[in-house]
Design a protein around this ligand. Structure first.
Ligand SMILES: [Mg+2]
Length: 277
């Protein structure tokens, strides 16, 4: 059992019917966060019924958000502005055009820089930065585990295909374990998250699809993605940036500090074996 990792398990309390979180023995050094504090309704009804998994990408599997933040800081510094985390929440999970529009409007720089100009500058800077992005903690372990256990997985990202390819340059082997990938500029995706379009398209493309949304578990780092999953009728695990205000946690069925804290057995999925822990 490797150090530095944690396992969080939900146990039912028969007297209150509330499930409490207990920490198991795969101890890691930093503290364990609050996780879904009480049993979520969808989890209660859906436990054991999950057969397919859909992952978001940015900020969930790949640490691209740090790179986007760097570019936004550079642009705003020219106008003596600083980036506010509350704006970040509005941008997360949006497609490129939507996020550019929201960014210039909300920061008050639209008189100096149009959404299209910002989008082009961001594009140029990100071409250089994106191929350097790293995996988020626990992403590789979880994807390899689910693949080894025969759980079919898909990726549903608001990123355009060309950005997906840049971001995954170093991680092709891991992403090849997905049954399929739906990108933000897919012809079947008319609207970005929180529209359910991405997740419903992903559900349709599983083998033998469309898969019943109640059998699909979505992993997301963004509130808009959680809403997209719920709008699609799916269960949703939120793995948020720690700066995300907890008021955004409510819509998720479960909230984890890290993918390292995910316990597959809570959702009826095959558990990690000790060697993976
Ligand atoms: Mg994301």
């Amino acid at each position: 059992m490797a150090t530095g990792k944690a396992k969080v398990v939900l146990y039912p309390d028969p007297s209150t019917n509330i499930h409490w979180l207990l920490l198991h023995t795969c101890q890691r050094n930093n503290e364990i966060q609050q996780t879904g504090s009480a049993m979520a309704p969808a989890a209660a009804s859906g436990e054991g019924s999950i057969t397919h998994v859909i992952f978001d990408m940015d900020g969930l599997l790949l640490d691209t958000e740090t790179l986007y933040n760097q570019v936004q800081d550079i642009v705003l510094a020219r106008y003596n502005k600083t980036f506010d985390w509350s704006l970040k929440v509005k941008l997360m999970g949006r497609n490129a055009a939507e996020s550019a529009r929201i960014f210039v409007q909300e920061t008050g720089i639209s008189d100096y820089l149009s959404a299209e100009e910002f989008r082009k500058e961001r594009e140029e800077r990100m071409k250089v930065l994106l191929p350097t992005c790293e995996l988020m903690p626990g992403a590789s372990r979880l994807i390899k585990h689910l693949h080894a256990k025969g759980i079919s997985m898909a990726l549903a990202t608001g990123s355009q295909k060309k950005h997906f390819e840049l971001k995954t340059q170093k991680h092709g082997e891991l992403f090849s374990l997905m049954h399929h990938i739906v990108v933000g500029d897919d012809p079947e995706v008319k609207h970005g998250k929180p529209s359910p379009d991405l997740f419903l398209a992903a559900a349709r493309r599983f083998e033998g699809g469309p898969v019943d949304p109640q059998r699909i578990l979505v992993f997301e780092d963004a509130p808009s993605g959680i809403h997209a999953a719920k709008n699609a009728g799916m269960s949703a695990v939120l793995v948020p940036d720690p700066r995300l205000d907890s008021s955004h946690h409510d819509a998720a069925d479960q909230v984890l500090k890290s993918l390292l804290d995910f316990d597959p057995s809570y959702w009826g999925l095959p558990p990690f074996e000790d060697a993976e822990c």
